[in-house]
Design a protein around this ligand. Structure first.
Ligand SMILES: Cc1cc2nc3c(=O)[nH]c(=O)nc-3n(C[C@H](O)[C@H](O)[C@H](O)COP(=O)(O)OP(=O)(O)OC[C@H]3O[C@@H](n4cnc5c(N)ncnc54)[C@H](O)[C@@H]3O)c2cc1C
Length: 566
């Protein structure tokens, strides 16, 4: 693997081609694998990270107190874990993106809150921009901070919504400086950070743009308003930040090739890796843990004198969870190891949902399978002498993965928006999909033929829709676009597990993953074809009228007062 996520793509994405009806099987097979030297480097880093967090972090205590152990951040920093991808000249570990993902995964399996800080620091931290920052004052500033071993983050979201295009934080030129004013919310590492890139609205050459400014947090006017708390991720340092007349040197503005910096291809590419570290790594970790917990529970329980493991439904649930782990692992491996074959950026964007939704399925299945033990805290189980599996804690941690970095349904929408673009921007050109692969095990071969047919069906639907509607008109039909994104995402999942299927147990897992995907696909197609009830009318009446007030009687709708409970 030689290219980095920051290098410009020279090929189309496998994911985008699905919208054209194409399955680029030649890209996926043989499935990319990590080369042994890189694997060995990753093994070493994973072992070191595992030892460090086991020594410094009591994850149950952290969950209960929400306070990071003293010295942890310094220990992680000293060991280079905030510089996973950077070279030794900056004190980094020079890991490949795949190994960085593995390190964050290992830490997340112990404490997602700690992993979150590493994922933000490595994915969105100031040093992550170095591949696109030229020599000059900004590069020197970032390198100086990185060498000093600081924690950093990226401050984009505001209280009116990350999905909004507007940013109310402003940067106004004043001599050789800009003056930054505004407030950011949900900023990972914000309360710990010494350097932050801050998304600001600024006028450049008379044009209103959104640009990132690197702000040192010891600047006068910078303030941590509060540290935020969430469902799960207790102890993760995420906060509200205020900027009042903060002066920032003009050279601290990150150059970008688009007016809205986050859409600049060079920055968007960095964001796909960041999202993978932040979302896919913990998703993989949690899904794997679920598999272990299911094993633990099912093998020790007997129901009506029969081992629980002998019941059909239980076997299905365990096997489906194993297939979900395989799915998550496969899409991440493809996205990070297949970069020499294709632009895997769109695939990694789709992987945000593929991984977090598969993780959520694994979690949900585990909760059901474990019954009361699925929602009982580990502490409570320990008190009564039951195995203290921390399922409940990870249930809380896992739900946020479907929100942070973009709410799941919007992610499908954005993915489809990218995939549909080829139909609007020019002739897709002709391409024959591989329609069969004799090397696949029989059941996988059948799934493969189904995949090719489904992709062709998706391509036909996209051709029809883009032929019937202009770009804006189609994008306004949000459920249609979201469903197209969901279909392509499921097809990507099928493709990567099939591409990884050999003549061993991988074929069994691929078979189950595909069978499950086909059930979900049936639901998605049904949605695309359904004649719509009056959703808009009901929503309008609900939101602005009184006709549906009968639906909310007999509940106390006052918002309880919240006292500061320190
Ligand atoms: C734990 C955690 C850590 C985070 N870390 C960071 C960080 O380090 N830096 C940072 O900048 N941000 C961070 N975020 C913010 C995160 O990226 C956002 O929470 C996420 O993108 C969702 O945005 P929002 O919460 O502002 O929701 P909003 O954008 O306000 O969305 C609200 C609702 O409106 C819907 N919606 C929005 N636009 C549309 C549309 N066009 N059509 C239909 N529906 C729409 C959304 O889907 C959602 O359901 C973090 C969030 C969390 C939870």
């Amino acid at each position: 693997m030689t290219s980095s996520v920051a290098s410009p793509p020279t090929l189309r994405a496998f994911f985008d081609d699905l919208f054209l009806g194409r399955v680029r099987w030649d890209l996926l097979r043989p499935f990319p694998t990590q080369d042994p030297a890189d694997r060995a480097a990753g093994d070493q880093a994973v072992a070191a990270a595992t030892a460090l967090v086991r020594a410094h972090v009591d994850p149950e205590l952290l969950d209960r107190t929400g306070v990071l152990p003293a010295g942890l951040t310094d220990a992680l920093q000293d060991a280079g874990f905030y510089k996973l991808l950077m070279g030794p000249e900056l004190g980094g570990l020079a890991l490949s993106p795949y190994n960085a993902m593995r390190v964050v995964e290992a830490v997340a399996s112990w404490s997602p809150a700690v992993a979150w800080s590493l994922a933000i620091g490595n994915g969105f931290g100031s040093g992550s921009y170095l591949p696109i920052v030229e020599d000059g004052p900004l590069r020197s500033l970032i390198e100086r901070h990185v060498r000093a071993g600081i924690v950093s983050g990226s401050a984009d979201t505001e209280a009116n919504g990350a999905a909004n295009h507007r940013r109310h934080t402003t940067a106004v030129p004043h001599g050789d400086e800009y003056v930054v004013n505004g407030e950011k919310v949900f900023i990972g590492n914000g309360p710990l950070a010494r350097l932050l890139d801050v998304a600001c609205t600024v006028e450049v050459d008379g044009v209103r743009q959104i640009r990132y400014f690197f702000v040192e947090t010891d600047s006068p006017g910078f303030e941590v308003v509060t540290t935020q708390e969430f469902l799960g991720l207790k102890g993760a340092s995420i906060g509200v930040l205020r900027f009042t007349d903060v002066r920032v040197p003009a050279e601290n503005m990150l150059p970008a090739s688009a007016d809205e910096a986050r859409y600049a291809p060079e920055i968007a590419r960095l964001a796909t890796l960041a999202r993978t570290l932040i979302i896919a790594s913990p998703s993989l970790a949690i899904a794997k843990l679920c598999l272990g917990w299911q094993r633990n529970f099912v093998t020790r329980r007997v129901m009506d004198d029969r081992p629980l493991a002998s019941y059909e439904e239980i076997q299905r649930r365990v096997a489906e969870t194993a297939a979900d782990v395989f799915l998550v692992e496969s899409v991440v491996a493809w996205g990070l190891l297949g970069q020499d074959r294709a632009d895997t950026g769109p695939d990694l964007t789709a992987a945000k949902n593929l991984t977090s939704l598969a993780c959520w399925r694994a979690v949900d299945r585990t909760v059901g399978l474990l019954g009361g033990e699925g929602i009982e805290t580990a502490r409570s189980k320990a008190r009564r002498g039951a195995p203290a599996l921390p399922v409940e804690r990870f249930v809380r941690d896992a739900r946020g993965l479907r929100v942070a970095g973009g709410v799941d349904f919007l992610l499908d929408y954005w993915s489809a928006e990218g995939g549909l673009e080829a139909w609007y921007s020019g002739a897709p050109g002709s391409f024959e999909s591989t329609v069969d692969d004799l090397a696949l095990p029989p059941r996988c071969r059948e799934h493969f033929r189904f995949l090719v047919d489904e992709a062709a069906r998706l391509g036909d639907v996209c051709a029809r829709l883009t032929g019937s509607y202009g770009r804006e008109e189609l994008m306004a039909r949000q459920r249609t676009v979201i469903t197209l994104g969901g279909i392509a995402r499921e097809l990507l999942g099928m493709a990567v597990v099939l591409a990884r299927a050999g003549s061993d147990e991988t074929a069994l897992l691929a078979d189950i993953a595909c069978a499950s995907a086909r059930v979900r696909l049936a639901g998605l197609w049904a949605q695309l074809d359904a004649s719509d009830p009056d959703f808009a009318g009901v929503a309008d009446e609900l939101l602005h009228g009184t006709a549906f007030d009968f639906l909310t009687t007999d509940v106390i709708t006052d918002i309880p007062s919240v006292e500061d409970q320190k």
